[in-house]
Design a protein. Structure first.
Length: 128
């Protein structure tokens, strides 16, 4: 019976085994950072180029929700007495007759003259 010859190097001492282990270990280290970088880049791309399920780019949200228009319409129809506080602290009391993109017209209830007020000059308004 022939005896099995013992290799000259053990697996730990074999130069090619050491080289293969170093390559595997090195590849793992190299792969992880690039993978993390690719994932972060793909997430940022998804945020910038959101795609709908049908492949088209999603529409951006509307610039105007029309909540302001709805509020003014409601106050005009019910002729609600309003208090309008201006940027300089002045208070104007009256009923909103109509509104526009840039201004509102207020009919004053105490006999004073009606006013057209720029919306940019209004700090806030509330029901009287």
């Amino acid at each position: 019976m022939k005896e099995a010859t013992k290799p000259a190097y053990s697996s730990a001492e074999h130069p090619e085994a050491q080289r293969a282990e170093a390559i595997d270990f090195g590849n793992r280290k190299l792969v992880r950072p690039t993978l993390a970088r690719e994932l972060s880049e793909s997430h940022s791309d998804e945020r910038h180029n959101r795609q709908a399920s049908n492949g088209q780019k999603k529409a951006s949200p509307p610039e105007q929700t029309h909540a302001e228009n709805f509020y003014f319409q409601k106050q005009m129809q019910s002729k609600t007495p309003m208090v309008i506080r201006m940027n300089d602290g002045e208070e104007i009391r009256g009923v909103i007759e109509w509104y526009d993109k840039n201004c509102i017209k207020v009919n004053r209830t105490n006999g004073e003259s009606n006013l057209m007020i720029y919306k940019a000059g209004i700090k806030y308004l509330y029901k009287e």
